[in-house]
Write a protein that binds this ligand. Structure first.
Ligand SMILES: [Zn+2]
Length: 202
């Protein structure tokens, strides 16, 4: 947990540096740091970058909000994966599986909003409740869960949908959760969305 938080903060620092303006070599080294550091689970890291991009882009119509999006992305994705995974013992040893607690589309919206509450409260205390920053945080809170589901639906465990009262796993593709291809692609998409949001805001 502590490790992933420190990784998350280094990603946020990287993104903040990026928003200030970087040359291509610096940009590449940050990208490599994110993509090729295999010490921690790649998946959560990928969720962070992808969600930050999607949230920043979606809320960029109300103002550029990289910091708010980054905080909500880290809180939302961490909560959804911490609560939504359990370990089961198999003859191959312990393997992590997803549970329907957080990995369904409607529930992901709920957990995303819950995890953005601290941010909304802090922003409300600082700027008052009638503020575009609150609106940004709300949009981010609604979108962080679905942005997590969007990535997980391409992995082999998929996400859950209820059919005839039973939980069913649905996957659009069957990439392994640590596949460099799908993780790399999602990270690149996330970074492109951050740049697109910056361009829109100019
Ligand atoms: Zn997940």
């Amino acid at each position: 947990m502590r490790k992933s938080v420190s990784r998350a903060s280094s990603i946020i620092t990287g993104l903040l540096v990026m928003s200030i303006g970087l040359n291509s070599t610096e940009y590449l080294s940050i990208y490599k740091l994110i993509l090729f550091n295999k010490k921690t689970c790649m998946k959560l890291k990928t969720h962070f970058v992808f969600s930050i991009g999607l949230l920043t882009l979606a809320s960029s119509f109300f103002g550029f909000s990289l910091i708010i999006s980054a905080i909500i992305s880290v809180l939302g994705n961490t909560l959804i994966d911490r609560l939504g995974h359990k370990e089961i013992s198999t003859r191959y040893g312990k393997i992590p599986v997803r549970t329907p607690l957080t990995h369904t589309l409607p529930r992901s919206v709920f957990w995303g909003l819950i995890s953005s509450m601290p941010v909304i409260i802090v922003l409300g205390l600082a700027y008052g409740m009638l503020n575009t920053k609150i609106l940004t945080a709300l949009i981010d809170g609604i979108l962080v869960g679905p942005s997590h589901m969007l990535l997980d639906v391409f992995t082999e465990n998929g996400i859950y949908v209820k059919r005839n009262g039973k939980w069913k796993r649905v996957a659009l593709a069957h990439f392994s959760y640590d596949s460099s291809l799908i993780n790399g692609l999602a990270i690149v998409l996330g970074i492109i969305m951050i740049f697109a949001a910056m361009e829109l805001h100019h």
